[in-house]
Design a protein around this ligand. Structure first.
Ligand SMILES: *[C@@H]1O[C@H](CO)[C@@H](O)[C@H](O)[C@H]1NC(C)=O
Ligand SMILES: *[C@@H]1O[C@H](CO)[C@@H](O)[C@H](O)[C@H]1NC(C)=O
Ligand SMILES: *[C@@H]1O[C@H](CO)[C@@H](O)[C@H](O)[C@H]1NC(C)=O
Ligand SMILES: *[C@@H]1O[C@H](CO)[C@@H](O)[C@H](O)[C@H]1NC(C)=O
Ligand SMILES: *[C@@H]1O[C@H](CO)[C@@H](O)[C@H](O)[C@H]1NC(C)=O
Ligand SMILES: *[C@@H]1O[C@H](CO)[C@@H](O)[C@H](O)[C@H]1NC(C)=O
Length: 267
């Protein structure tokens, strides 16, 4: 085999990295899952049948703003599910496909739980045998944080970030019954930027959204104080901040709510 010149090697490794990047983009980014292991279902149960039906139908229920909800079956075996795409996802196909991917993943990672959630970079899906709409669900939170600490006073960094997140919370909570989402940016004393995003599922009231995100923001002090990047994920709301812009900047303004938008849709 002929020896490769440095130029050829550089070219090859560049292409290899490029290929890796394409693969990374093609595969939606799995973040985490929560399987409630206290209660399981059996393979031939009525709940299982209802869950199959609910999840098979979930992607057909897009509100038009990336919120999905459906249920099927009778109490006590009703299977409820919701899906939520990140608020900047304008591409409904990409959103539906993320929800599809989440459903497949959910069944793989939580194979027989009656209550489970999965989080991807751009969407999440949750199912339960308990009503999900119109309720807050605070216990299943997950936090992820960067390993890097802010480089100046952690105290003032944290104060600035929490200030931004509290402001975003107020804006998101006042959003519409179709979308409760807000993003923003602050400039640090050393002139680097911190970008924040908060979102509630749109079925929550303003008060519920404020409570959900208030709880999420409060988790930061315990898990991730002074870190330059954090995510807190809950079934009904989530927040994230980073030192790079990870969301699409265009503003989405949903139209005024058409009546009956959040009607339950049994399958
Ligand atoms: C499910 O299958 C198991 C074993 O095949 C059986 O013992 C059980 O009674 C079945 N349960 C239902 C609800 O059909
Ligand atoms: C999601 O999956 C369903 C069923 O497998 C399929 O019919 C639908 O086209 C998929 N939607 C998207 C956006 O990929
Ligand atoms: C935060 O990051 C540290 C590493 O810097 C890790 O040990 C810890 O488990 C992380 N905590 C959470 C809640 O992600
Ligand atoms: C500024 O501070 C941020 C947060 O601590 C840090 O990530 C960044 O590297 C700093 N930038 C410079 C130029 O020091
Ligand atoms: C939050 O909002 C208040 C009132 O609008 C404003 O004075 C403050 O600068 C904001 N803080 C951040 C960190 O954005
Ligand atoms: C999905 O829901 C629609 C109405 O929302 C219903 O007509 C359809 O039969 C359902 N499909 C499945 C597979 O349950």
């Amino acid at each position: 085999m002929p020896k490769l010149t440095r130029k050829q090697l550089t070219f090859l490794s560049f292409n290899f990295i490029y290929l890796l990047n394409i693969l990374a983009i093609a595969q939606p980014d799995f973040v985490d899952k929560v399987c409630d292991n206290d209660f399981g279902y059996t393979a031939n149960s009525t709940f299982r049948t209802n869950l199959d039906r609910t999840l098979a139908n979930l992607t057909t229920t897009n509100s038009g703003y990336g919120f999905f909800n459906t249920f099927s079956g009778q109490n006590p075996d009703t299977a409820y599910a919701i899906g939520l795409c990140r608020g900047d996802t304008r591409d409904l196909i990409a959103c539906g496909s993320c929800v599809n991917t989440s459903i497949v993943k959910l069944r793989e990672v939580c194979p027989d739980q009656i209550d489970a959630s999965v989080y991807y970079e751009n969407c999440m899906v949750k199912y339960s045998n308990d009503v999900i709409l119109g309720k807050n669900r605070q216990k299943d939170f997950i936090a992820h944080n960067s390993s890097i600490y802010a480089k100046y006073s952690l105290e003032s960094f944290n104060r600035d970030v929490l200030g931004m997140l509290n402001n975003l919370t107020i804006r998101a909570a006042r959003g519409s019954p179709l979308l409760k989402y807000a993003t923003g940016m602050i400039i640090q004393p050393n002139s680097s930027k911190t970008y924040g995003l908060v979102q509630c599922t749109p079925d929550l009231t303003e008060l519920q959204c404020n409570n959900c995100l208030g709880n999420a923001v409060a988790q930061i002090a315990g898990c991730c104080y002074g870190k330059i990047g954090v995510r807190v994920l809950l079934p009904k709301c989530n927040l994230r901040y980073e030192d790079f812009q990870f969301y699409d900047d265009e503003v989405i303004v949903p139209p005024p709510p058409p009546p009956g938008t959040l009607r339950l849709r049994p399958t």
